[in-house]
Write a protein that binds this ligand. Sequence first.
Ligand SMILES: *Cc1c(COP(=O)(O)O)cnc(C)c1O
Length: 424
Amino acid sequence: MNHFELRDGVLHCEEVPLPRIAEQVGTPVYVYSTATMQRHARVMKTALAALKEPLVAFAVKANPNAAVLATLAAEGLGADVVSGGEYRRARAAGIAADKIVFSGVGKTADEMALALEGGVFQFNVESFPEAEMLSEIAVSMGRIAPVSFRINPDVAAGSHAKISTGAARDKFGISTADVMSAFSRARELPGLDAQGVAVHIGSQLTSLKPLESAFRRLGDLIGELRSAGHRISVADLGGGLGVPYDPDAPLPPSPADYARLVGRIAGGWDLRLVFEPGRLIVGNAGVLLTRVIRIKEGASSPFVIVDAAMNDLMRPSLYDAWHGIEAVVPNDDTMVADIVGPVCETGDTFARARAIDRVEAGELMVIRTAGAYAATMGSTYNSRPLAAEVLVNGSDWAVVRKRQEIEALIDGDIIPPWLGSAPS
Ligand SMILES: *Cc1c(COP(=O)(O)O)cnc(C)c1O
């Protein structure tokens, strides 16, 4: 469900016609829908309402724009952060410290100190050396770090290999065999309070089966840990629920299906459950609005060359991801084309031999489901400045990130003294 719909033949975001945004802000531009994000946050919270005080911590890496975070903070969501930068952006957008989970395999000493100083719900610790470092830093600051150990449940998530995180060979978490000793040794660490366990097995999951296996393993471990005298008061079930990209593909499980699974397996655990949805909340709440530069004949089908590229939206080139592509003013005619950007890489291809609305040079198109893992993965490859971002709220809209100026790239480089001053 999202709020990008045709009205009188023109694609709108909520009440705003997309051509108006393109004219005033230029293209490529990301456009996000407040109503869609609110709806997804509420659907998730409603689904989980039967649980005892669940903490829903939005995975900031999916979309760290301050306006997006502030929208979700107003819905009561917390944040799952994976860097000091994300921690600071979450706090700056108004997310309370006691709703922040700090995840990631490579937290540095500075990042640990930042979150200990500012406050945090818990650190999800992914190795024992990390636990030792965190304890040392906490002690030096006179603090106790609340910790869950992230477990690697060794399940196949069934999604793309680059976004599967729960198999033994993946870098994430502590193996189930090592968890008991991690908790016992953590007792000896004066700066830690080991309060729980966490799992996150991957992203864009389209079946509940791997989640069910992971949650069952987590439940078994909680039982074993408690039998050994460890007090377990938190279980973090991670994120990962998929969203529909391709309307012709089977629908991923709904938040309600997911919540029923959680209730069935974890309902009796008698602890606080934490959830870290990212894509589910923002994926379908965004589009990348782009203009056709020109049509070029190809060997089999024409190339539609648009002004967005792989540096703006990396998912197709990185994960072979499928995104819906439509004209903003469709004319009932279709064509089969390769939709590509201007970047000098064959990987700069959004879709191959795709049946799309017929378009001509100068027309606007959208690439759908671009609210998650999209703008945030943008780069300046080919010296293309980062795209602008716009947030729509009913009939209001605002630029929430200005288009980067090329001067920012030029001025960021420094010519060393031995090369003299730059020619002007
Ligand atoms: C990326 C990530 C998430 C969010 O995953 P989604 O598929 O976007 O829900 C949650 N938790 C952790 C630890 C992550 O790395």
